[in-house]
Design a protein around this ligand. Structure first.
Ligand SMILES: [Zn+2]
Length: 207
């Protein structure tokens, strides 16, 4: 808040006759986002409040912020396309991201980060291929997959809470990640928090 009682004015403010350099954006949400919102609304039948464009910084907090400034930068100014919350408490339940359909061998490190972030915090994240129209049945299937995966992640984290390994290469902390391809596609492993700089990883034994 400006302190008007002091009589000092912020010299950086432009004179009154010059308008501020802001305009309303033409679109708040894109056409695929609006279409997905309508589908989510229909699907949730009042079980969730659907918030569009929620800042990651409003969903997650950073442990030991003084040591982890770098991790603040990683979530700063980023958002998730939709956050589904409990209607009474606004407790976050599920994140939804629209993704461009990608070629097979292509990888997107920002998506990998989002996935690691949600998995670490135990919040399901659903990726939905962007389009003009969405089938409720398809969206429901993607939701179920994401919820199952988040539960697995939480279960594994619980089991190994006292035994999260240190990176065998650089000694830093490790986080739960998911194989994105190959014979173990979809399974969890520990990856170095410094990935992709450090390739350190540790397999998780089943059972
Ligand atoms: Zn490492």
């Amino acid at each position: 808040m400006a302190d008007i009682s002091s009589g000092k004015l912020d010299v950086s403010i432009k004179p009154q006759d010059e308008p501020l350099p802001y305009r309303l954006r033409e679109h708040f949400l894109s056409t695929p986002e609006i279409a997905l919102y309508q589908t989510l609304l229909e699907m949730s039948e009042g079980r969730y409040i659907i918030c569009p464009k929620v800042a990651l910084n409003d969903i997650f907090l950073i442990v030991r912020p003084n040591e982890n400034v770098h991790y603040f930068n990683k979530i700063f100014r980023k958002h998730v396309d939709f956050l589904l919350c409990q209607p009474r408490t606004f407790k976050p339940e599920i994140g939804v991201e629209l993704v461009k359909p990608i070629a097979k061998n292509e990888t997107r490190s920002s998506d990998q980060f989002m996935e690691d972030l949600f998995l670490t915090a135990g919040l399901p994240l659903v990726h939905i291929p962007s389009g003009e129209h969405y089938e409720i049945a398809d969206v429901v299937t993607l939701f179920q997959l994401a919820v199952t995966k988040a539960k697995q992640g939480a279960h594994t984290a619980q089991l190994s809470q006292d035994s999260v390994p240190a990176c065998p290469i650089c000694g830093k902390m490790m986080v739960l990640r998911t194989y994105r391809s190959g014979p173990q596609n979809g399974q969890l492993y520990y990856g170095c928090i410094d990935n992709p700089k450090c390739p350190g990883m540790v397999a998780i034994k089943n059972g």
